[in-house]
Ligand binder design. Structure first.
Ligand code: HEC
Ligand code: HEC
Length: 423
């Protein structure tokens, strides 16, 4: 932190990487809808780059409304910090659809130790819910302080830094009106109020919940799916083949609500290590999700190591980085990984000195037993056929493209050497 602040003092123009410019607050077009005063403040905060150490990134730089509140480029992870040269360690999730629905983090506990052990071994009772890839925040309000203070993101030195920036913001008077006359004199109260404000914005603004994809219109009987899309949907649902819908739930809710394609449960899929992440240059460093190191309250739960929360697949075809570590840059590759992880492990993992493929190489060897090998299509072996052929992957891609909202754009090429599209 200290080093990076010093660096910023001595850093002249040109020694920074290109920032992702935050969009103006009206980019989310919220004006059509009445927001509460707190939500309106949250909208201003969400798009305000003066709330970052660099003065150049806002929440919207990583969660861009034009990209379904996901990342605007194909980088595996985004850059932040005082000079926008700090690389994060996780891909930016889309903030569309999930926030109103994500349950509080929980795990059903069995009565005895033995039962509990058996439960984990069966892995049919995985933990659920919470925000972040590791579920460590229970509400968007509690989550907001993290990016504001994280040295790899908005990099404010402390809460007082945030309060000082808000005192100077054009909405300072309104902030005091909504959250109390003296709120900005108390840094912790300021941070809590910022959390409440952005939470209200993320809950209330309809731009987070448009439900206007082709899939939604199809559910409402307004369009027909093409034959390829229908075949893809069937493969996505088929428990014996893709089995995707067992975790990425695609059925209407009991109340008729449209699905958001996640059950919010945790699974270890054994996504390969990503050499693009600087953190991974350190031997012995592993992002193990639920059991740490970012999340700290479940470190003793070895059975949780390697588990990440199932993401929504809405707008997935507009992404340029897939899985928690952004290891893949096209949707096709992500699907190939699912169906060929076990039939062709040499395609995905490096080799050890002896020439043997090191499967599940992003989890310490002793914990690789946590990886899911019981749910289709993750049950096969070398020599068997993958669950889907190339042609079938084309069909599933066609179906997943129906989950793209009417306004959601794919990643731009700037800042990325990777290909653009999901297929
Ligand atoms: C530098 C990029 C960056 C910035 C800036 C940023 N975020 Fe994020 N955001 C992320 C990443 C990466 C994650 C996943 C973090 C994790 O799992 O540890 C995330 C996760 C989230 C989540 C949890 C989503 C979920 O489905 O669990 C919310 C909510 C969120 N961010 C809101 C915000 C808000 C509000 C701001 C501004 C105060 C903000 N973010 C600023 C990168 C960013
Ligand atoms: C057992 C539960 C489970 C099943 C079955 C499953 N997924 Fe997933 N999916 C997950 C989890 C958990 C992640 C995040 C894993 C990680 O990042 O380490 C994920 C991530 C993804 C991603 C990356 C999305 C993003 O935003 O980065 C895609 C794409 C995806 N799944 C598609 C599918 C498809 C297609 C199928 C069917 C072949 C499928 N999933 C089956 C649990 C599951």
């Amino acid at each position: 932190m200290l080093l990076s602040s010093l660096a910023s003092i001595f850093c002249l123009v040109g020694c920074t990487s290109k920032p992702v410019k935050p969009k103006a607050a009206n980019a989310a077009k919220p004006a059509i809808h009445e927001l509460s005063p707190a939500a309106n403040l949250g909208r201003l905060i969400f798009f305000d780059p003066t709330l970052s150490g660099s003065g150049r990134i806002a929440c919207s730089s990583c969660h861009d409304p034009e990209h379904a509140y996901g990342p605007p480029n194909s980088l595996a992870v985004q850059l932040g910090g005082w000079n926008l040269d700090h690389q994060g360690t996780r891909a930016v999730p889309s903030l569309r659809y999930t926030l109103l629905h994500v349950p509080l983090w929980h795990q059903e506990r069995a009565a005895s130790r033995m039962e509990r052990f058996e439960e984990l071994a069966k892995s049919d009772n995985p933990p659920t819910g919470g925000l972040g890839w590791d579920g460590r925040f229970n509400t968007p309000a509690a989550q907001a302080a993290f990016p504001l203070l994280n040295p790899d993101e908005m990099a404010n030195v402390d809460a007082e830094h945030v309060a000082a920036a808000i005192r100077k913001a054009p909405y300072a008077a309104e902030f005091r009106r909504v959250f109390g006359k003296h709120v900005l004199d108390d840094p912790q109260k300021t941070l809590d109020a910022v959390g409440t404000a952005v939470e209200r914005f993320q809950f209330e603004d309809p731009s987070f919940y448009p439900f206007n994809s082709r899939f939604d219109r199809w559910l409402d009987g307004r369009v027909k799916l093409t034959e390829a899309e229908q075949r893809g949907l069937a493969l996505f649902n088929d428990p014996a083949r893709g089995n995707c819908a067992s975790c990425h739930l695609g059925q209407r809710g009991a109340d008729g609500s449209h699905p958001i394609f996640t059950d919010f449960q945790f699974e270890a899929l054994g996504v390969p290590r990503n050499p693009e992440l600087k953190a991974n240059r350190k031997a012995g460093y592993y992002d193990m999700g639920l059991c740490g190191p970012i999340r700290s309250d479940q470190k003793s739960e070895q059975g949780f190591c390697g588990m990440f929360r199932t993401p929504t697949l809405r707008n997935v075809a507009t992404r340029g980085a897939f899985f928690h570590n952004g290891r893949f840059h096209t949707l096709r590759e992500a699907l190939e990984f699912y169906v060929q992880r076990d039939t062709n492990p040499e395609k995905w993992y490096g080799k050890k000195a002896g020439g043997r493929v090191e499967k599940f190489d992003d989890i310490p060897a002793a914990l690789r037993g946590n990886v899911d090998v019981v749910d289709e299509p993750l049950t096969r072996h070398p020599g068997q056929d993958p669950a889907w052929s190339t042609k079938e992957i084309d069909d599933v891609l066609a179906f997943l493209n129906t989950l793209t909202d009417a306004d959601a754009k794919g990643p731009s090429t700037s800042g990325s050497k990777h290909a653009l599209t999901g297929n």
